[in-house]
Design a protein. Structure first.
Length: 384
């Protein structure tokens, strides 16, 4: 056994072939993983494609892509793990766990704050990754959209047939919290996220008011169990009323019966859809999440905290770790967060863990002001 180590350039095609066999061709689908994940599975990311080889052949592979997030002005380091696979001849040997140990060590050394994992199986849960986040999953019928008032008669909607990132970047950068994308990344992510690999297709729309671009959205269109077309929102940004008008237009153009839309519970689109009477479920963030560097994450969020609490309140807040817990201290009180409690408090959960803790009402109010932080749905075009 050799590794864990970086994938060599001459092994890249072998690794991608193993990934395709695991996730695509074994199910009769096209071998498109390389096109779908152009940042994760690339020569530029070879050092973060971690492998174990046996007798010169790739036995297991775990990949991650480091990036940054802007959380209401505070910049944090994040990483996304995906396309985890083991060759059939080497299953059950614990190779993926060995590689994940290597990756977590590397993430700590590189001062990564959050880890997003595309899956939720026991391989990740045993490592402290957890389901968390507060999101709505709306099933919005076309009847609801058609009952909207005429929001703005000057709105025009156009399908994008020739993608130009510059039309999208300024709108996207208006998000309160978002992945930070370079111009090159935006182009590659869009092309990867709209790669067709099953019985669906993608549509992208720009919305203009008085010829000025005010919003965009990307949907995936496929048939449901009743053989009716519906759209799943992949990503949206910009003026919400314009997006809703655009969805109405796209539904007519594609003969859609319904949309599946996932939103953070405080997102403005959530407020609109709730007010319109759209059906919804309460769900967690896509996949699982783990806080890697708790204390430094809190330091990086200091600028964010300043927006919601006073300087005096912030001066009374301290964050540190022990062997047993992640600890938040306010004045003389301490809140010990064990196992996955830190993720559920800081990133959100539909069950409020503060209610189970013996802390003062003053401490709870402070926590309510700053947590959960606003993390976007990671199943957008950044899904790597």
């Amino acid at each position: 056994m050799e590794g864990p180590r970086a994938c060599k350039i001459e092994e890249l095609s072998e690794v991608v072939d193993l990934i395709n066999k695991t996730f695509r061709t074994s199910a009769g689908l096209k071998p498109t993983m390389g096109q779908e994940f152009p940042l994760l599975l690339s020569e530029e990311n070879l050092d973060n494609m971690r492998v174990i080889s046996v007798e010169g052949n790739i036995a297991a592979d775990v990949n991650y892509y480091p990036s940054k997030m802007n959380i209401e002005g505070a910049e944090i380091n994040v990483a996304s793990i995906g396309a985890v696979c083991t060759h059939n001849d080497h299953r059950g040997k614990g190779y993926s766990s060995i590689i994940l140990d290597d990756i977590e060590k590397r993430l700590k050394e590189s001062n990564t704050h959050l880890l997003f994992v595309s899956g939720g199986r026991s391989l990740y849960l045993r490592r402290g990754c957890t389901f968390c986040g507060k999101f709505y999953e709306f099933k919005t019928s076309i009847d609801i959209l058609n009952n909207m008032d005429d929001i703005n008669p000057k709105i025009s909607v156009e399908e994008v047939t020739d993608f130009n990132a510059l039309d999208f970047i300024k709108i996207y950068n208006g998000h309160r919290s978002r992945f930070i994308r370079s111009y090159s990344e935006f182009n590659k992510l869009y092309n990867g996220a709209t790669t067709i690999w099953d019985d669906f297709y993608y549509k992208t729309y720009l919305v203009r008011v008085h010829s000025k671009i005010v919003a965009y959205f990307i949907i995936r269109v496929r048939k449901n169990e009743d053989n009716e077309l519906y759209g799943t929102m992949v990503e949206y940004s910009g003026d919400i009323s314009s997006i809703l008008k655009g969805l109405q237009y796209a539904a007519k153009e594609n003969n859609l019966k319904e949309y599946l839309i996932r939103c953070e519970y405080r997102d403005i689109l959530s407020s609109y859809l709730l007010a319109m009477g759209s059906n919804y479920d309460e769900i967690n963030q896509l996949g699982t999440v783990k806080i890697i560097s708790f204390s430094d994450l809190m330091i990086q969020l200091k600028g964010y905290f300043k927006q919601y609490i006073s300087e005096e309140e912030l001066s009374n807040l301290n964050f540190y770790e022990t062997q047993e817990a992640k600890v938040i201290q306010y004045k003389q009180e301490t809140l010990e967060l064990k196992q996955n409690e830190a993720e559920k408090l800081i990133l959100g959960d539909w069950k409020d863990i503060k209610g189970e803790k013996q802390i003062s009402s003053e401490f709870k109010i402070i926590l309510d002001k700053v947590f959960p932080i606003y993390i976007p749905w990671v199943g957008n075009i950044n899904y790597q």
